[in-house]
Design a protein around this ligand. Structure first.
Ligand SMILES: [Ca+2]
Ligand SMILES: [Ca+2]
Ligand SMILES: [Ca+2]
Ligand SMILES: [Ca+2]
Length: 216
């Protein structure tokens, strides 16, 4: 019995006190994208820095990184790397994990199409070398009259063959900036039809009068 008590006491003293048992906490990691910057604008074919190395985890460490582009393709799985993006509006998400919990951060960037490759009318001549970029039969210089690259009042869009989107291309549209006014010949037709109706009414009235006076 004494031996048993001694052994029990030894076991109790050998165990560490309860408050000495390390409390295992698990705070989620925090994903931080320092590059690319949100609302950043890049060029197609440009090397873009992706940097998530300032992501933190207070109790352990970030053990995995996963970068995903909006179209769900994996861009990379390191904290930092360089990559190119396809042109268009791109949403980039960084997922970081501490092995237990995953957190994410998102940035939105814009990638502009390489101007040397833009070919609005698809005739294989890039806009840079195409006198008529939208292929509507009007040269860019006949549309962007002051050649400032902007559509100013009175100018048609050199990158849109039907500026007012009424179904008639700029070259054949008598009112290329006004989708509501019918072509001039239609206007003339309306006036001609109106004159014809009035003339007919006058003629008919005259004939009726003649018939009336003849029957008297
Ligand atoms: Ca072209
Ligand atoms: Ca044109
Ligand atoms: Ca202009
Ligand atoms: Ca039109």
């Amino acid at each position: 019995m004494i031996l048993f008590l001694l052994i029990s006491l030894m076991v109790v003293y050998a165990l560490p006190p309860v408050n000495a048992i390390e409390m295992i906490s698990d705070e989620p990691p925090v994903a931080v994208i320092s590059e690319p910057r949100s609302d950043g604008v890049y060029l197609e074919g440009e090397d873009i820095l992706f940097d998530g190395s300032t992501s933190i985890d207070n109790d352990t460490e970030v053990i995995s990184y996963s970068w995903v582009a909006g179209n769900r393709s994996i861009l990379g799985e390191s904290a930092t790397f360089m990559a190119q993006l396809g042109w268009g509006h791109q949403i980039i998400t960084l997922y970081v994990s501490d092995g237990t919990t995953t957190s994410s951060a998102t940035v939105e960037v814009t990638v502009l199409q390489d101007p040397a490759k833009v070919d609005t009318d698809g005739d294989t001549t890039p806009d840079d070398n195409d006198e008529d970029s939208d292929g509507d039969g009007l040269k860019d210089s006949e549309e962007d009259l002051n050649l400032n690259g902007l559509m100013d009042p009175g100018e048609t869009d050199p990158l849109n063959r039907d500026t007012d989107r009424d179904g008639i291309s700029d070259k054949f549209d008598e009112h290329p900036l006004d989708p509501y006014t019918p072509p001039d010949d239609e206007e003339n037709l309306t006036i001609e039809a109106f004159i014809l109706i009035i003339t007919s009414m006058v003629l008919i009235a005259g004939i009726k009068n003649k018939i009336k006076s003849g029957s008297r």
